[in-house]
Ligand binder design. Structure first.
Ligand code: SF4
Length: 294
């Protein structure tokens, strides 16, 4: 049996899913408007035809019996109907008995059409981890980047999977607001993290392969500029300093970041702040520009 797995490029996945089999349950992103995100701009969002996806699961069942991790692509596979997700999860668990983790990207809007009971049912059927882009907790930043939701709406929607017991990894992006909105972006993002209390929170640093002029045009802010590495660290410091929730595992180990941090709030907060302060005092500790990547 020839491998039927085909990908509609580009395909991305979180760093922690490097060893997962990626199955594209959807193609593209159902929102696809964020000013900083070129990933799916060339794809029109669509649900993957059932027979294509299930042929890939059949092949995996025949050839990858020891498979432990599956990541459901693309940008927000949780946009699928609850019934389709149930069918996918049940089939994966039935056909791949060694599977211990099924994860997917999700956007806050995906939770609007799913009840807490439905989300808990998906958890019970094996959905282990969802990666959700908060991006910011600041309404002005969210409006400019066209995230589609206010911070209060992101909080309300993301409390549903939290209530359902789904493990969540939330992502925020340093630099979105430029120098003018840096402090409020960091403080309000910390407040949103505190409100939702995801199991994991991670920071990326803004990179714009499509160019800064494109971002300025999309956000409608002709005076916006990229933060310098030191300004980015200061923003990271403000964010870390303002997270008050306990037990949230924080990381900034994505290749886009100038400084890789890993710690758990609150016990690891002082250490993370000390590492940031050391890097601010000695910027040679920062990842060089040529080693940064998305
Ligand atoms: S919701 Fe996520 S994948 Fe979709 S455009 Fe925004 S950042 Fe990109």
């Amino acid at each position: 049996m020839n491998c039927p797995i085909t990908y509609v490029e580009p395909v991305i996945r979180p760093p922690a899913e490097a060893d997962a089999l990626i199955l594209q349950a959807t193609i593209g992103c159902s929102h696809n408007r964020c000013a900083f995100c070129p990933t799916y701009k060339g794809k029109k969002f669509r649900v993957r035809p059932r027979e294509e996806l299930f042929a890939e699961i059949d092949w995996a069942a025949a050839h990858l019996q020891g498979l432990e991790k599956v990541f459901l692509g693309d940008g927000d596979a949780l946009a699928l109907s609850t019934d389709r997700l149930r069918e996918i999860l049940d089939t994966l668990r039935d056909r791949l008995p060694a599977l211990r983790r099924i994860s997917a990207y999700a956007s806050p809007g995906n939770f609007a059409s799913k009840s807490v009971d439905e989300l808990a049912d998906l958890r019970d059927r094996g959905l282990s981890l969802i990666y959700v882009g908060f991006e910011s907790g600041d309404d002005e930043v969210l409006r400019r980047v066209d995230k589609g939701f206010t911070a209060a709406e992101i909080g309300d929607l993301c409390l549903r999977p939290q209530e359902a017991g789904l493990k969540m990894s939330a992502t925020v992006i340093l630099g979105l607001g430029g120098p003018a909105l840096s402090a409020q972006h960091a403080q309000h993002t910390a407040a949103l993290i505190d409100r939702v209390k995801p199991r994991f929170a991670s920071a990326l640093t803004l990179m714009l392969p499509q160019g800064e002029d494109d971002y300025r045009a999309r956000t409608g802010d002709p005076r916006w500029r990229m933060l310098t590495p030191v300004e980015t660290l200061q923003e990271l410091r403000t964010l870390v300093a303002h997270v008050d929730g306990d037990g949230i595992i924080f990381r900034s180990n994505h290749a886009s970041n100038y400084l890789a941090l890993a710690g758990t709030f609150q016990k690891g907060k002082a250490s993370m702040l000390a590492q940031i302060d050391a890097a601010l005092a000695n910027p040679r500790l920062l990842r060089p520009e040529f080693l940064r990547a998305l």
